[in-house]
Write a protein that binds this ligand. Structure first.
Ligand SMILES: Cc1cc2nc3c(=O)[nH]c(=O)nc-3n(C[C@H](O)[C@H](O)[C@H](O)COP(=O)(O)O)c2cc1C
Length: 202
């Protein structure tokens, strides 16, 4: 049975490797840090390297832009996976994302996940005053890893995008754990990121 007061984390791993993944090791540590203050922490894992993640396609787009009351069974089926991913996000108080830089931006799998959860009517809407994100009151912790791209540097096309798109759906409390530039000294940069993780508030 789900406990209304239980702290809930959605952990999204976007590294396409398991062995040797620095971002997974650091997201592990983020979870451990949060669990220290909330031993009852419930963690939902969404591992984007697992098979099953799909791109949005023609059927998805057509179904998504059909009024929910008018959707036929095929259209409902086309959105089922996306509905489940949105629900996972809704349920979470905190979203922890392991985000390596691939080709100067986020991994394609993370973009595919974003396309599944950024949905008109479900996670945002347009108003006369502009877009409104529905996922308010949540916190995001993003572990940023890279070989050489510095967090916030000229060739970092990942972090601003993540900040923007999460904000677009209402998630504006965002902290980055910086493990960028690992090719220039992984040990010390991972150690610095670990120290930052230890300072995270529960
Ligand atoms: C396909 C691919 C593309 C990459 N592109 C970049 C890049 O553009 N800039 C960069 O600094 N590092 C790049 N890297 C290095 C990764 O960001 C770095 O190894 C990071 O630690 C990967 O995260 P992980 O250890 O969790 O797998 C790339 C790695 C891969 C596998």
């Amino acid at each position: 049975m789900s406990d209304q007061n239980q702290a809930r984390v959605l952990r999204v791993d976007a590294s396409m490797r398991h062995a040797g993944s620095q971002s997974r090791a650091l997201t592990d540590q983020v979870i451990e840090r949060l669990r220290r203050d909330r031993p009852d922490l419930h963690v939902q894992v969404r591992d984007l390297a697992e098979p099953g993640l799909r791109f949005i396609d023609e059927a998805w787009i057509s179904a998504n832009f059909t009024d929910p009351a008018e959707r036929n069974d095929d259209q409902k089926a086309a959105l089922a996976r996306s509905d489940a991913l949105v629900e996972e996000l809704r349920q979470a108080d905190t979203i922890v994302i392991g985000a390596p830089v691939y080709n100067y931006t986020i991994p394609a799998a993370l973009k595919a996940w974003i396309d599944m959860v950024v949905r008109a009517r479900e996670t945002f809407r347009y108003t006369e005053d502009g877009p409104e994100g529905f996922l308010k009151g949540k916190r995001a912790i993003i572990v940023f890893t890279s070989g050489g791209t510095d967090l916030g540097g000229d060739n970092d096309f990942a972090s601003d995008y993540l900040r923007y798109i999460l904000g677009f759906i209402g998630i504006t409390d965002i902290e980055f754990i910086n493990a960028g530039g690992l090719a220039f000294g992984a040990e010390e940069r991972v150690a610095a990121a670990s120290e930052t993780i230890e300072t995270l508030a529960a």
